[in-house]
Structures are given as C-alpha cells and as structure tokens.
Design a protein around this ligand. Structure first.
Ligand code: THU
Length: 134
C-alpha cells in the first residue's frame, strides 16, 4: 500500500467523527489527495429535507476545488462497516470530472480493517465529459 494512502485513510477515518448523519445514522469520512499533494477531507451532511443530503466524497471534492485544486489523484472513504463501501453514482461522476489523466484510485476502508483499492474507471466506465462546442 502506497504510504500516501495510509495518510489518506487516516484523514478519512479522523474526519468521519464530524459526520452529520442524524437521520441515517450512517457516518462517512472521505479524503482526496490533489496533484499539489494536499489532502482535503469531507463528511456526509444530512438534512431534515432528506434529499438535500450530500455525501462525504462530494464535500471533499468541493472543498479541494474551492481551494483552487483541479486534479485529484485518489480518494479514500472510511465507514464503520464489516464490508467495504463504494461511492454512489453521483459521487463517481463528480470524482471523474477532476480525475487526473481521466482516472484515479478509489480506496475503501472499514472499521473491520478491510482496505480495498479500485480504479474509478472500473467503478464508472465511460463517465460523462462535456466540453463546450463538442
Ligand atoms: N453516503 C456517503 O456519504 N457516501 C457514500 O459513499 C454513500 C452514502 C451517505 C449519504 C447519507 O448521509 C448516508 O450515507 C446514507 O445514505
């Protein structure tokens, strides 16, 4: 396992404590590493109007992008589950938008000690890319 991934997993695990998940009770921590080498974290933030909930992965991506990052190298997520959990379809597409060279590693880690790595291109084959005039 890449040493940076251990740091990324630790960041996702640590930030998970801040998840706001009073409705589902399912707390998720996420961390992305950008081409700059910086790590940005996120948690799921739920809402009384359930559909307004945002996943941990998208919070991490949007924090990175709003700090000026445009290329993300990898994302780690951490859940208190027996088995690994993978980003939802909406988050896969958002990750794809900022995937360095069109792909990135997605790391899923659990409190049970499981760590698995997949390519985003495996989780989201043929993601959507739009450029004006295409
Ligand atoms: N959730 C995430 O934050 N990331 C995922 O990859 C899966 C789902 C959140 C959304 C919601 O707050 C809760 O988990 C249950 O769906």
């Amino acid at each position: 396992m890449d040493r940076n991934y251990m740091e990324l997993i630790e960041a996702a695990k640590e930030v998970r404590k801040n998840a706001y998940a009073p409705f589902s009770g399912f707390a998720v921590g996420a961390a992305v590493i950008a081409s700059s080498g910086k790590i940005y974290t996120g948690v799921n933030v739920e809402n009384s109007s359930y559909g307004l909930t945002i996943c941990a992965e998208r919070v991490a991506v949007f924090k990175a992008v709003s700090e000026g990052e445009r290329e993300l190298k990898a994302v780690a997520i951490y859940t208190d589950t027996e088995n690994t959990v993978w980003p939802c379809g909406a988050c896969r597409q958002v990750l794809y938008e900022f995937a360095q060279d069109g792909d990135m590693d997605v790391i899923s880690s659990t409190s049970s000690g499981k760590v698995e790595v997949r390519k985003l291109s495996e989780l989201l084959p043929k993601g959507f890319k739009f450029r004006p005039g295409m």
